[in-house]
Every structure is written in structure tokens, then in C-alpha cells.
Design a protein around this ligand. Structure first.
Ligand SMILES: *Cc1c(COP(=O)(O)O)cnc(C)c1O
Length: 363
């Protein structure tokens, strides 16, 4: 039986009130006041000019790539150590994902490897702020400007994270977020595409709503998609935005407690670089060797503590492994990492219980 789950959304704000408002007013589909309220609050929080809500974080990435005009013949550089959705969204466009390795101790994409992988076909670089730790956005941005390549940020795991006091999602030409049930804020399923570029915003909105032409009803001038969010989801999202500062603060407290507990042990807690704010979507550790990783996970599971392995590097998965290349750091992290319970509702006692169990295992 699970005593401490890996994640649990916090829904004790105005979620119920706003959802009931949707039901009472019958505005339950993809029009209604909460969409505007949610988008406005979201873009003010991040500090961007434009935001458009979509039905999940995967289609947010697809839509962002479509807005950039990414398609067959193009290459998009992406870290191999990421959630599968980052890479699948590239594949949906017909473009080729080109994998790069990670660096320690941040576990983010390796800029030197990015430089090696740029070709004449590289249309965009996708930064993924893995587990809530920002990538090196200064180097990435400089590189993209120099080479005239688009920069897209997959911020699904990093809402509120900052690189040199600037929100992730504001560095790229276009950026995306996810509001799945275990993300830092949730709408059940949901996502957001943000940008400071009016043309990219217009393109995203156009493709999100079936490619509807601007000046004639039921006239469509591109093959679009239905990637819209519902007013009900936006109502939940708006209520979540009212609590986001608290969620992030509590997640950082929990992370600091984990870090303290693992000091002077053989467990390496996820590092936070000096010039960033990590929001710890997941609190992650590296264990000393890949052999003990799964045994530790079963040991914790027997104590009712749910864990997850770190993402397996995508270049090792069958559909993406045709041109197999080693990505040594990502492979090491993927086989030695564990995500521990990381949700804002965890108590300090629960965190200590988890850490004690991990330490007992290695005694
Ligand atoms: C969660 C996640 C997504 C996709 O989000 P969904 O809302 O589940 O579609 C994309 N990229 C990363 C890195 C994620 O963690």
C-alpha cells in the first residue's frame, strides 16, 4: 500500500468554487472568462507578452514547433535525458530529433555537445529545464543568435524557475508549459504556449483553433488542430496560479530538507547552480551504483514510499535508437537516479522518514 505517494496535487484553494462557477454558468467548453483570466495571470507571472492555453503540455510543444515552421528536412536539437513528449512532438512535425548529452551536476543539456551537433539543417534548439533546474540559457541564447537558430524552451517541469533572476520561458523565441496532475501547477490536463513575438503568437492561436481564417466564418486556410483548453481546466489553473508562490516556496523548503538529510552520505541530491532558482518539480537523488537502484526502490516501496526512476535517455528507446550513439552522462543519470516524493503537501516528518529509509538501506 502507498503511504507516501510520489505526487499529489494541492487543490484546497478556489478550484472548486471556480469550477462550480463554470458549471452554474454552463460555460464548460473552450470559451469563457477563466481562459482569459488564466492566460493573463500566467503571462504576468512569467513576464511575457503573449500566452495561449492548450489541452496538454505535449501539444503545447507541437504547436510551438508548428508556429516556428519546423517540418520535414529540419533538425531539432534536444537533450536525450527528458520526458518522451519533448522528442515525440519533434517527430510529429516530421523533423529529426538530434540528441545531446547532459552535464553534471546540473543534469541539463551539454552546450558543448549542442555546438557539435549543429548542422545546416538545424532549425531549432529545444532547451528542457529538467526537474525544474534551468539550463544554461545565457550560452544557449548567444549560440542561437550567432547561428540564427530558433530557441524553444520546454518548461513543463520548471514553472517559476529562474536563470540569473529571469523566468525560464522568457529566453526562447517560444516556450511551453504543462499542467498535468503531477506538475507544479495543474489543470488536470493542460498546457500553455508563451512568447514575446506577436507573429509566433498569432500563428500558435491560428493552428490551435482548426486554422480558422480571420475574416470569414467556417473558412480555414491551413490544416490546423483542435488543441484548445476548456474553461473548466482554466478555472482550476486560475485557482492554482493564486497559490503558485506558496507551492514553489514549500517545494524549495522540502528540497532543502532532503539535501540536509543526505549531507555526508553516499547519496547525491540534485545540485542547484549558484546563478539559478531551481523549483524542484521532482526532488531527485543519484545512488552510488546502478545495481542497487532498483533494490532501493523495492525497499522503499515495501515501506509504502512511492518513487520513480529518473527518465531513461530517449536515444536508448527503440523508435529513436536507429543511429545509436553513446551519451555517457545521460545514461549514467538515467540508470542511477531516483525521484522521491516532491509535492508541496508533504510534511517535514514524511521527508525525514523517507531519508531515514534510504540511509537505512545503505547501512
Ligand atoms: C510533463 C512533460 C511534458 C508533457 O506534458 P503533458 O501535459 O503530460 O502532455 C513535456 N515535457 C516534459 C519535459 C514534461 O515533463
Amino acid at each position: 500500500m502507498i503511504k507516501i505517494p510520489i505526487y499529489e496535487p494541492s487543490l484546497s484553494g478556489n478550484e472548486k468554487k471556480y469550477v462550480n462557477d463554470c458549471l452554474d454558468s454552463t460555460w464548460i467548453s473552450s470559451k469563457g472568462k477563466y481562459l482569459q483570466l488564466f492566460e493573463d495571470r500566467f503571462k504576468n507571472f512569467i513576464g511575457v507578452k503573449y500566452a495561449t492555453a492548450v489541452s496538454n503540455g505535449t501539444v503545447a510543444i507541437h504547436l510551438a514547433l508548428i508556429a516556428l515552421g519546423v517540418g520535414p528536412e529540419d533538425e531539432v536539437i534536444v537533450p536525450t535525458l527528458t520526458y518522451i513528449a519533448s522528442v515525440n512532438a519533434i517527430a510529429y512535425t516530421g523533423a529529426v530529433p538530434v540528441f545531446v548529452d547532459s552535464v553534471e551536476p546540473s543534469w541539463q543539456m551539454d552546450i558543448e555537445d549542442v555546438k557539435r551537433k549543429i548542422t545546416a539543417k538545424t532549425k531549432a534548439i529545444m532547451a528542457v529545464h529538467l526537474y525544474g533546474h534551468p539550463c544554461d540559457m545565457k550560452s544557449l541564447k548567444e549560440l542561437c543568435v550567432e547561428k540564427n537558430i530558433f530557441l524553444i524552451e520546454d518548461c513543463a517541469e520548471a514553472i517559476g524557475s529562474m536563470f540569473e533572476n529571469q523566468h525560464v520561458g522568457t529566453f526562447g523565441d517560444i516556450s511551453t508549459f504543462s499542467f498535468f496532475g503531477n506538475k507544479t501547477i495543474t489543470t488536470g490536463e493542460g498546457g500553455m504556449v508563451v512568447t514575446n513575438d506577436e507573429t509566433l503568437y498569432d500563428r500558435a492561436v491560428h493552428f490551435k483553433g482548426q486554422g480558422l481564417a480571420q475574416h470569414r466564418q467556417y473558412w480555414h486556410d491551413v490544416i490546423g488542430y483542435n488543441y484548445r483548453m476548456t474553461n473548466i481546466c482554466a478555472a482550476i489553473g486560475y485557482a492554482q496560479m493564486e497559490q503558485i508562490e506558496h507551492f514553489i516556496e514549500r517545494k524549495r523548503e522540502i528540497a532543502n530538507l532532503y539535501r540536509e538529510q543526505f549531507l555526508n552520505t553516499n547519496i547525491e541530491f540534485h545540485h542547484e547552480a549558484e546563478n539559478v532558482k531551481h523549483t524542484y518539480w521532482m526532488c531527485s537523488i543519484l545512488v552510488p551504483d546502478d545495481k542497487s537502484r532498483d533494490d532501493l526502490r523495492s525497499y522503499l516501496s515495501n515501506k509504502g514510499i512511492e518513487t520513480r526512476p529518473l527518465f531513461y535517455p530517449v536515444h536508448t528507446m527503440p523508435m529513436y535508437s536507429r543511429k545509436f550513439q553513446r551519451h555517457a552522462i545521460a545514461e549514467k543519470l538515467g540508470w542511477r537516479g531516483i525521484n522521491l516524493p516532491s509535492f508541496p503537501g508533504l510534511t517535514n516528518e514524511q521527508v525525514i522518514e523517507i531519508c531515514t529509509a534510504v540511509k537505512d538501506f545503505y547501512k
